[in-house]
Design a protein around this ligand. Sequence first.
Ligand code: PEP
Length: 247
Amino acid sequence: MHKLVAANWKMNGLKEAGVDLARGLAMRAASEKLNSELVICPPATLLISVAEVLRGSPVHLGGQDCHAEEKGAHTGDISAAMLKDAGCRYVILGHSERRIVHHESDAEVRAKLAAARLAGLAAILCVGENEDQRKSGETLAVIERQLTNSLPTGLAGLNASDLSIAYEPVWAIGSGHTPTAAEVTRVHARIRQVLGSRLREVRILYGGSVKPQNAHELLTAPEVDGALVGGASLILDDFWAIARACG
Ligand code: PEP
């Protein structure tokens, strides 16, 4: 199983800079073969131009979110089928910025996951505790609850290829703080336990302030199958260093 390293550009990048960044990554991936699979998740406005740049490259394309419905009166939203049509293989779902700022519930995330599967997209499902929950020792309970409520009941019909999980502690995102590698391993082990043996091939990524300086320690820890990278994915050298550190 290859590790997965996904770049979440969030709401960053105008056309010229985004295309340059994607082209730079595609060129490096073509000249130096890595063991890890790479994915760029640009803002929706750049999907088509980045897809063009990545054509024939080992780097894949992903969306940052999708609507649960296939089409209809949902101003400003994008369906999973539209992402697929634009060339996406992946979609990030349940990112904490969507859960917190857009008040997305686990039930909505579950519906989006179903839509992604129907469209043939692999979901990168984000879970993570906030600072208060961490301080009060609730981390594992929160992760377990988010997973159980965001995945189909009894994991019905789910295959390992439909899904990756990104463990992203909310307090670590964009803060420069991270859990220790041992803490990440502990949470990932619980996630794997919840997924059960049928889904043991699901990749479990760590996300939250991954930088070239901490990538090796965090991403080669037991149970860590890759990374979801925000800020550092906007700097080609940094994202490449993180991908290489994954092993
Ligand atoms: C993210 O928001 O998915 C993320 C991991 O952000 P950052 O790397 O900037 O902490």
